[in-house]
Design a protein around this ligand. Structure first.
Ligand SMILES: C[S@@+](CC[C@H](N)C(=O)[O-])C[C@H]1O[C@@H](n2cnc3c(N)ncnc32)[C@H](O)[C@@H]1O
Length: 441
């Protein structure tokens, strides 16, 4: 049977758990809690600023971004939000339920998803939360993890649309009043957990809003509403930022959980870090955004680079970005396979160059990574390089697992590269050319 090299050019959807803490039943119903008029802040300008000819990627791994921009306009029937508990008690037994603040229709759309709610994945509790100098609390590994390993899978405490409609009429309830009301309906344990989370906003805004702004992680759009939604977690929200993160998050809509998987090998005792923002932005822009939004100065390995090393990092990110915007096709590969005079390493060299940049930056742009690994593996297969093809497919399986939660078909390739349709294509051409030359001579 032939094995297919995964061809997906689509970005795998990224999603995160820690020691699953059973929440007590919430008594929230589906009734609207506060009806308010909608005021919409204009959408932010497109992220396309140019710095030294370097255009930041418009999107990093979507679900790792804590940036939750306001969306444009809301349909008129979405002028108020509703408190909903998801999954409902009758569908999730004793598992944690999430308190959500959603627009009308969203709950029905989520419940209509075939297979919702998928059962929770329980993992060994291989992390702990503890203090870390200059960062408050953080999360630490209590076991070794390899790329792609699941570290935690956690159902949120709270999920809400990022748009917070509120009334301009004096005396009307504010957006924060809706949150306070919702919190008052949570069980005592969940409420205590919410208020124990860090608030980097101080007295700049109401405490509840400050906690949400500090800890919410974007989960993207939920069914029934195209705008962004964000979630707060008991454990996952303790993960600190690094521009060179060692984990990646992936929102699993069906299980209504966030998965955190190792992006790089992690040793026992190491701090677990994720990226709060778009990694391709230049360092100064990252620093500014982190200070403004989260009130800290990032001293991660990438931000600590100076002089030539900082410049090299900048060039690597620009190269990754350029590769991301280059359309993908197999024409070049086909040409190389058929052109026996082309250098043997033409394709592999180009792919390894970009993959090496991502390894060095610890930034795996999903599209670039998927396209380059595919092409590299195909080239090794075409050259009948068994060990290289296997190694490439094993690494591809690990990274795919980190990004998408499964190996994407790469393990089958790793087991039998000879069974892919690319096996020996170029070596066959070379042998044919050699035979033809010999006959001519
Ligand atoms: C989502 S919380 C992370 C958990 C938080 N450290 C705590 O004690 O609960 C975000 C806040 O953690 C701190 N933080 C996160 N990453 C940091 C870093 N790399 N360096 C310093 N502080 C950081 C900042 O105060 C930030 O506002």
């Amino acid at each position: 049977m032939q094995v297919s090299i995964p061809e997906s050019k689509a970005t795998p959807r990224t999603n995160m758990k820690r020691g699953f803490l059973k929440g007590k039943s919430l008594n929230t119903g589906n009734e609207p809690i506060i009806k308010v008029q909608t005021r919409i802040t204009p959408p932010p300008a497109p992220n396309a600023k140019t710095v030294d000819g370097f255009i930041p990627m418009p999107c990093g791994p979507a679900s790792t971004s804590r940036d939750a921009p306001l969306v444009g306009t809301l349909p008129p029937d979405m002028s108020h939000r509703i408190a909903v508990t998801l999954p409902p008690r009758e569908l999730c037994g004793t598992e944690r339920m999430t308190t959500t603040l959603l627009f009308p229709g969203m709950k029905e759309a989520i419940l209509a998803l075939p297979g919702f709610p998928a059962p929770l994945t329980h993992t060994a509790e291989s992390f702990e939360i503890g203090p870390i100098k200059g960062k408050g609390l953080g999360m630490f590994a209590t076991a070794d993890f390899d790329t792609g390993d699941l570290i935690i899978c956690e159902r949120p405490l709270y999920v809400s649309t990022v748009v917070q409609p509120f009334s301009l009429r004096p005396g009307d309830p504010t957006a924060n009043d809706a949150i306070v009301e919702l919190l008052s309906r949570m069980c005592e344990y969940d409420r205590r957990m919410f208020y124990s989370l860090h608030n980097c906003k101080g007295n700049d805004c109401p405490r509840e809003q400050g906690i949400i702004d500090t800890n919410a992680i974007n989960v993207g759009a939920l069914p029934g509403y195209d705008g962004a939604c964000a979630a707060i977690y008991i454990d996952v929200s303790r993960i600190n930022h690094s521009c060179t993160p060692n984990v990646i998050s992936r929102w699993d809509l069906l299980a209504f959980t966030m998965e955190i998987r190792a992006l790089t090998p992690i040793r026992k005792g190491e701090e677990i870090t994720m990226s709060y923002m778009d990694k391709t932005a230049p360092r100064a822009d990252r620093q500014k955004e982190l200070k403004e939004k989260y009130d800290f100065i990032c001293r991660c390995p990438s931000c600590s680079l100076t002089g030539a090393a900082a410049k090299e990092s900048h060039i690597r990110l620009a190269t990754i970005y350029r590769s991301a915007v280059t359309p993908y096709d197999d024409d070049e590969l086909e040409k190389w396979i058929n052109d026996v005079s082309a250098p043997e390493d033409k394709i592999t060299k180009a792919c390894l160059f970009v993959l090496d940049m991502m390894e060095k930056e610890k930034y795996f742009n999903e599209k670039v990574w998927a396209v380059r690994s595919q092409r590299l593996c195909k080239a090794y297969c075409a050259m009948e390089k068994l060990e290289e093809a296997k190694k490439c497919a094993i690494q591809a399986a690990k990274i795919w697992k980190a990004l998408a939660g499964n190996d994407g078909g790469w393990l089958a390739v790793a087991e039998a590269p000879q069974k892919t349709k690319y096996w020996g294509l170029r070596t066959k051409k070379i042998r044919e050319a050699e035979r033809a030359n010999a006959q001519e001579a």
